[in-house]
Design a protein around this ligand. Structure first.
Ligand SMILES: Cc1ncc(COP(=O)(O)O)c(C=O)c1O
Length: 384
């Protein structure tokens, strides 16, 4: 966020900065979703509170989506609409855990998980991961954490993940889900980047294919490009529905009503095709980044199976010159006018060797950023 602020300041001074630090796909919602919202507003639709768990027709449309997408049949009663997946995390963590519970997370990971868990008085256990595990937790890492802490009440996973874009295979997800079930640990699966996948060998699987005791968190933000609409959802196990309902009726009353109505048009073949077209563009941009790792100062990168992030490891010569990823990102922003995110936001232990680059900005911006960074490294005699 410091970098985002600095980008705004530089841009306000008329300086041209390429921002590769935010996780927002450009282009907006599918045409039919925008048209439906416009029509509702033009007609003066009454957007009162919806039922706490969400509009029945929206939840039914999501249930059909799970049947089509994952061959998972689930009752709409288990679906709760939320204010983005961010709103879902609060509900999930409050419903599933008590203060003092121990919850494991992959490191590197999306910082909000640990921040919210700690704010709720839960103990966060980092599962250190590396390239050899695709930066994802494994059963071995859970066994080790259990042995070290004596208990494990929960596990939060994300596939595709932020900042790495890496994904679990169906078999790996099943293993984690079954381990959690056997050990009484609640699995929370962040599936917000589903649909943005590049490796046909690793299609996204939902945790509900393997465990209906897990909580699935997802959102319209990324695949459908609707970040500011603030609409997400949760698949809630039977035993937590009452708790989630009670919490939601206190915390938000309901998820945004206009968005709940407009997204009824998000699942049509035309809207899905639009969203998938954007994924094809991400795939092309991802290729461009992968082919230019050395010119960006990286000596390796996480296999970005999905999402729109590249988590690159700084080459030793670059690290030595700039001391840390933060130093590198600062210099790249000041001198090359490209905004990147240092890895320590996602991994306080070893993230200072890594940089996250969001390729959501598209191929033109990325091509230009590569030229700028390459020129910057050349000036330092560090070209890759
Ligand atoms: C892994 C992950 N989960 C959740 C979110 C929150 O998304 P939203 O609240 O827009 O659904 C983000 C946002 O970048 C994210 O990267």
């Amino acid at each position: 966020m410091d970098i985002v602020d600095r980008v705004s300041t530089l841009r306000a001074q008329g300086i041209d900065v390429i921002s590769l630090c935010v996780g927002e796909p450009g282009g907006g919602a599918p045409v039919a979703v925008n048209a439906a919202a416009a029509k509702l507003h033009a007609e003066g639709a009454d957007f009162g509170y919806t039922p706490t768990r969400g509009l029945p027709e929206t939840r039914a449309a999501l249930a059909e989506h799970y049947a089509r997408q994952y061959s998972v049949q689930l009752p709409a009663e288990n679906i709760v609409m939320t204010t983005g997946s961010s709103g879902a995390f609060q509900l999930a963590f409050l419903a599933a855990f008590d203060p003092g519970d121990v919850v494991a997370l992959a490191r590197p990971g999306y910082p909000a998980y640990a921040n919210i868990l700690s704010a709720l008085g839960l103990q966060v256990v980092d599962l250190a991961t590396g390239e050899e595990q695709r930066f994802q937790p494994t059963v071995a890492s859970l066994e080790a954490a259990l042995a070290e802490h004596g208990r494990l009440d929960g596990l939060v996973i994300a596939s595709p993940a932020n900042p790495t874009g890496t994904m679990l295979s169906g078999a790996e997800l099943a293993e984690l889900a079954h381990w959690c079930q056997r050990h009484g640990a609640r699995l929370i699966s962040d599936e917000i980047y589903h649909g943005i996948e590049f490796d046909p060998q690793r299609p996204a699987h939902t945790a509900w294919e393997y465990s209906r005791e897990s909580l699935v968190v997802s959102s319209f933000s990324k695949f459908w490009g609707m970040t500011g609409w603030r609409l997400g959802w949760m698949l809630v196990p039977d035993d937590l529905i009452c708790a989630v309902d009670a919490l939601a009726s206190n915390l938000a009353l309901c998820a945004p009503a206009p968005a709940q109505r407009a997204v009824l048009h998000a699942f049509s073949p035309a809207s899905m095709a639009e969203a998938r077209k954007r994924v094809t563009e991400f795939a092309a941009t991802r290729e461009l980044v992968m082919q230019n790792l050395a010119r960006l100062g990286f000596d390796s990168a996480a296999p970005a199976d999905g999402a729109f992030y590249l988590y690159g490891r700084l080459a030793p010569r670059v690290l030595e010159r700039f001391t840390s990823a933060s130093g590198y990102c600062r210099a790249v922003l000041d001198e090359a006018r490209v905004a990147l995110t240092p890895g320590n936001d996602f991994d306080p232990a070893t993230g200072d060797r890594y940089v996250r680059l969001s390729f959501a900005a598209g191929p033109m911006a990325i091509a230009q950023a590569i030229e700028r960074i390459d020129g910057f490294l050349t000036r330092y005699g560090l070209a890759g």
